[in-house]
Design a protein around this ligand. Structure first.
Ligand SMILES: [Fe+2]
Ligand SMILES: [Fe+2]
Length: 395
């Protein structure tokens, strides 16, 4: 090799080495980015798994806070939330620290409001005792803080705040990660909030309808709510699943809705009904069924309760005269609760029975009037329980 070619060779080797080293840096940069992306991806996966179908704001908050504490590694973390109906409140916090009352005071609310308005992460490191941010005095034990807004444009809004990172300062990366957590959980909280609002409206309409029907006669005031209360108590006592309890609630409140179509003079009559009047009265389950059958979501159990709550297992009930297990379960369940409330209520032509007398009648009618198992369970359940009062029924 000549001197010249040896020099060229050395240059080429050095270029190659440099290229290899650049490549190595690039690869490790990419690997680091891949690690970060994986971290974010797995976080999103875990969070979405735990949040799916979660319509409980408090539960979503707890998940959010756990993830924040674990991923960001602060000494403490807190969520402050407000809704159009409620002012700022502390939803959850990990590790209560000294100066805890600060979190429920005006300073925390002011800080939360400012973080929401700026709509991006706030990072403060190297805080000293008596530190103040935008006029808000911070707790003395805070050495650093990271806060992000939750759902700044939604109906339910809040902030997620982590303080005192255990190792080093809070970084822009921490801010990004916390924002990602807040975005995902914020969406869930918004859905949960809207669900709760819709559900409250729905329950409100149901109770109004039931009250309107019961108000047609002073003798039936509160009957639908009490019947629902007894039916729900029995369904819970028998460990029926939560989604069935929801149906019991709706069916119970609406079971007598068909009385809307029965003349007030009959409902409110101060003496026994004539056979003709009784025939009109007996139409209320079918009238109720016709009123509600256009609502697809009520098909099945809910309408069964409306149509069949006056059937008897011996086949002598109405409107269809079904017997035994041919009567759908909701009809048999409501029949016990409905019959019990009717017996203990005063009527113009007779005073109400005592609890013991009514339970004895249900026990006697188990297997003829009422489903045997349901009737006996009801008697067993009510033995040690007081009668329901409307203002105490929480539907
Ligand atoms: Fe009825
Ligand atoms: Fe009834």
């Amino acid at each position: 090799m000549t001197g010249q070619s040896s020099a060229t060779f050395k240059n080429e080797v050095s270029d190659l080495k440099k290229e290899a080293s650049d490549l190595q840096h690039e690869v490790s940069d990419l690997a680091a980015k891949l690690g970060e992306a994986w971290e974010e991806l797995s976080l999103f996966y875990e969070l979405s798994q735990s949040l799916v179908g979660n319509l409980d704001i408090e539960a979503a908050g707890r998940t959010l806070l756990q993830q924040a504490r674990d991923r960001i590694d602060g000494e403490g973390a807190v969520i402050l939330l407000q809704t159009p109906e409620e002012p700022w409140k502390v939803l959850e916090q990990t590790q209560p620290l000294k100066g805890n009352e600060w979190l429920s005071g005006p300073e925390a609310q002011s800080l939360a409001g400012r973080i929401l308005r700026r709509n991006r992460p706030l990072i403060l490191n190297q805080l000293s005792d008596g530190a103040v941010w935008q006029g808000v005095p911070l707790p003395v034990h805070w050495r650093s803080l990271l806060a992000v807004p939750i759902n700044p444009k939604g109906s339910i809004q809040g902030i997620l705040l982590v303080w005192n990172k255990r190792k080093g300062p809070f970084t822009a990366g921490d801010g990004k990660l916390l924002s990602a957590i807040a975005t995902l959980a914020g969406g869930t909280m918004e859905s949960a909030f809207l669900y709760r609002r819709l559900s409250d409206t729905y329950q409100g309409i149901l109770v109004s309808l039931a009250t309107a029907v019961d108000a047609k006669s002073r003798w039936t005031a509160g009957h639908s709510q009490r019947t629902t209360g007894y039916a729900l108590a029995l369904a819970e006592y028998m460990n029926l699943p939560a989604d069935y309890l929801e149906k019991v609630r709706t069916s119970g409140l609406l079971h007598d809705i068909g009385k809307i179509g029965v003349p007030d003079a009959i409902l409110d009559k101060p003496s026994d009904l004539t056979p003709e009047e009784f025939e009109l009265m007996k139409q209320h389950p079918e009238i109720g069924y016709r009123i509600l059958q256009g609502i697809r979501q009520f098909h099945g159990d809910i309408l069964d309760g409306v149509l069949y709550h006056h059937e008897r297992v011996d086949g002598r009930g109405y409107p269809k005269g079904l017997s035994g297990e041919n009567i759908p379960f909701m009809g048999r369940l409501l029949a016990v609760a409905d019959g019990f409330d009717a017996m203990i209520s005063d009527r113009p032509y007779r005073p109400g029975k005592t609890k013991e007398e009514a339970l004895e009648e249900i026990r006697t009618g188990a297997g003829t009037h009422w489903d045997k198992q349901l009737a006996l369970k009801f008697v067993e359940m009510m033995k040690d329980r007081p009668l329901l009062k409307e203002d105490e029924i929480n539907l």
